[in-house]
Ligand binder design. Structure first.
Ligand SMILES: [Zn+2]
Length: 395
């Protein structure tokens, strides 16, 4: 906990995530690691120290609600082959599984830590991290443990998700048989060890059926884990409807979502987490962001940084830019989706992703004066200064 109170002041754009509407220069009072007051500088309380951020654009710390950092190996050759016309079969995930199983604890921890540091340097202050390249009880527990160890000593806040159902491992006889192992053996072990807050399933054509996914996610909920899903990325399987029926906090991807799926989400509290990075790299269709927003669905933007379909760590500024340029979102909506939206996708509404009283004091001042920079700089907007829990972590 930082010592004393802090007053951050500025006269530029302040997105809370909605633009601050004055009057005049603004001030943010920080106490005990939380935002304690936000308002006009003229009304600000006195603090032990003051930092003037001048005319910089200021946003909440970014929340990247979908990443896969715990892996070894390199599949850039596969990306090139895919762009030359090879079909995405998902067999590539098993290549990463083999490389990850072969990696030492030290190597896997170091690789994961480097990805977390790249994310932090890009303005991400909360990041969701999935397992899913181990696909055995021991390897999945190891990945979750090493994510935790990689995060130790780094200021970035990590939320862990168990994704044992990312692919069917080569040694399993069928997806149903493996789903039973995930539900009956892995989930109790993960929950008992306290290694994850959420459980996710890759429910899609060629991966896990809605039946397999339901079995796994019901076991997860019974074990006290929150649930989220990879849904309707490759084919319209009904995964989104299952996510809503099971009360998942988030349905992620949604490239193939249709009007009926939009309506289903609109009638639920499930967040739509959109991932334009892999859709772009895979030359896939983009998820229907505009229709989701117009229907009143809470939308998050996340990177889906992973081993095989989007390898860019530290790319959340680009993802916001893609939200505005490819998904038809306003830039302010895109920033909101990467802050408050990401927080909603992690069940952290009001605690992260907003500059408002009672939220964790996670904040970024950017090397730009307006959120339009996320579109104009397209991936190159960078933090100039970052605070997490009221403590400056760079600059
Ligand atoms: Zn993913």
């Amino acid at each position: 906990m930082p010592d004393g109170t802090l007053l951050l002041t500025g006269r530029g754009r302040l997105l809370t995530p909605r633009p601050y509407d004055g009057p005049g220069p603004w001030a943010i009072f920080v106490r005990d690691g939380l935002f304690a007051w936000v308002g006009p500088l003229a009304d600000a309380p006195a603090a032990d120290s003051t930092v003037d951020l001048g005319t910089a654009l200021v946003t909440p710390g970014l929340v990247d609600a979908h990443t896969h950092p715990a892996f070894a190996g390199d599949r850039s050759d596969e990306a090139a082959a895919r762009l030359e016309g090879a079909a995405y079969s998902g067999g590539g995930i098993l290549r990463t599984v083999a490389a990850t199983r072969a990696a030492s604890d030290d190597d896997l921890r170091a690789l994961t830590g480097a990805r977390l540091r790249a994310s932090l340097a890009s303005g991400v202050t909360t990041i969701e991290c999935k397992s899913g390249y181990g696909l055995s009880t021991g390897e999945e527990l190891r990945a979750l443990q090493l994510i935790g160890e990689a995060a130790d000593g780094l200021p970035i806040r990590v939320v862990r998700t168990f994704l044992g159902a990312h692919a069917v491992p080569p040694e399993a006889a069928s997806s149903a048989e493996y789903a039973a192992v995930v539900a009956d053996e892995m989930i109790p072990a993960v929950a008992a060890a306290g290694l994850a807050e959420f459980c996710d399933v890759f429910c899609d054509r060629g991966f896990f059926s809605p039946e397999d996914a339901e079995r796994i996610l019901r076991a997860a909920a019974a074990a006290g884990l929150g649930i989220r899903m990879h849904a309707d990325q490759l084919a319209r399987t009904g995964a989104t409807e299952l996510a809503v029926r099971l009360g998942a906090v988030s349905a992620d991807h949604l490239e193939q979502l249709d009007d009926a799926g939009v309506a289903t989400l609109a009638a639920s509290r499930t967040v739509a987490t959109l991932l334009p990075g892999p859709a772009l790299v895979m030359r896939d269709r983009m998820p229907p962001a505009r229709a989701l927003l117009d229907a009143g669905v809470t939308v998050a933007l996340a990177s889906d940084a992973n081993a095989g379909t989007f390898g860019a760590w530290g790319a959340m500024p680009l993802v916001i830019g893609l939200g505005a340029t490819l998904l038809g979102m306003t830039v302010a909506d895109a920033v909101g989706a990467a802050t408050a939206g990401g927080a909603a996708a992690l069940g952290l509404t009001g605690r992260r992703g907003v500059i408002a009283e009672g939220a964790d004091a996670d904040l970024v001042a950017w090397d730009a004066e307006h959120e339009g920079a996320f579109a104009l700089y397209l991936g190159a907007a960078r933090p100039s200064r970052t605070w997490i829990g009221g403590r400056e972590v760079s600059g």
